[in-house]
Ligand binder design. Structure first.
Ligand SMILES: [Zn+2]
Ligand SMILES: [Zn+2]
Length: 131
């Protein structure tokens, strides 16, 4: 039986940039590396990966700008020029589209994988003890 995937929609804070995506997804990474922490300002990034043809910009693609680190790095950040929210970006390293799952409220029907767990922030893994 074919697994069905509902279409997930995401948008930036000001809602000028919006997109939709459909599974099957390649990877759902919760990455704790220092780059992902800096780029999100959070304890980890929630990135959903898919092939380009499973992704579609709906509105505001002209409002998307991108920062890419100096070569040979391919790490970068795509964001809405109006509100600064992180938005999807083509991941040249993997050849997949990468979308910040925090911008959609729906579950992607794929289990997350913790990436770079050894690079975690001490305050985050001890959060329950601290509270
Ligand atoms: Zn925006
Ligand atoms: Zn990372």
């Amino acid at each position: 039986m074919m697994k069905t995937y509902k279409t997930l929609k995401g948008e930036c804070l000001c809602a000028q940039v919006s997109w939709e995506m459909t599974g099957p997804y390649k990877f759902f990474g919760m990455c704790q590396c220092s780059r992902c922490r800096k780029v999100t300002g959070a304890a980890f990034a929630t990135n959903l990966f898919m092939k380009s043809d499973q992704f579609k910009w709906l509105t505001g693609k002209e409002n998307v700008d991108e920062y890419v680190m100096s070569p040979p790095n391919t790490f970068g950040n795509a964001f809405c020029k109006h509100c600064g929210s992180r938005v999807p970006r083509f991941s040249a390293g993997r050849g997949w589209m990468m979308a910040p799952l925090g911008s959609t409220m729906e579950a992607p029907n794929i289990k997350p994988t913790l990436v770079c767990a050894e690079d975690h922030t001490n305050w985050f893994t001890r959060l329950e003890e601290l509270l």
